[in-house]
Design a protein around this ligand. Structure first.
Ligand code: SF4
Length: 65
């Protein structure tokens, strides 16, 4: 899958980090960083993270099958 985060929308709330810490984290300066192409096994977590983001900044594109 592919994940994009619109950093113009992201307000560093961190809900995505709690929902899917395998994918999302904060760097040393509290900027959100994320895996751009995480394993498809993490799809449920990625979609959960996208759903809890209060500003809908996360887009999850499942791999074409
Ligand atoms: S939940 Fe949304 S606003 Fe919060 S850090 Fe993640 S992408 Fe940014």
């Amino acid at each position: 899958m592919r994940i994009t985060v619109d950093m113009n929308l992201c307000e560093s709330h961190g809900q995505c980090v709690f929902a899917a810490p395998e994918i999302f984290s904060f760097d040393d300066e509290d900027h959100l960083v994320h895996e751009a192409a995480p394993a498809d096994a993490l799809l449920d977590k990625a979609e959960k993270a996208a759903a809890v983001c209060p500003v809908r900044a996360i887009t999850v594109l499942p791999a074409a099958s």
